[in-house]
Design a protein around this ligand. Structure first.
Ligand SMILES: [Zn+2]
Length: 72
């Protein structure tokens, strides 16, 4: 089973698109439930992390800020 890592500020690309047609969601809050905001229409929603992870196609990490160290 694959572990999906994502953090506040990352953008998630989902397998299914939102009704507005956009597939990308920005992470607003992470916990047992995750709050995300559709980048297409701006609507935000709270989802169970388990369900959300299953629906993710890939994670686009947020641009590193100036305190981040290079990891690659
Ligand atoms: Zn939308």
């Amino acid at each position: 089973m694959q572990i999906v890592r994502f953090y506040v500020g990352d953008t998630l690309e989902m397998k299914k698109s939102h009704p507005c047609g956009d597939k990308h969601f920005e992470v607003l809050r992470v916990g047992a439930q995750v709050r995300v905001r559709c980048t297409g229409c701006g609507r935000d929603m709270v989802l169970d992390r388990i369900k959300l992870e299953r629906a993710i196609r890939r994670v686009h990490s947020a641009p590193a800020d100036d305190t981040a160290q290079s990891q690659e």
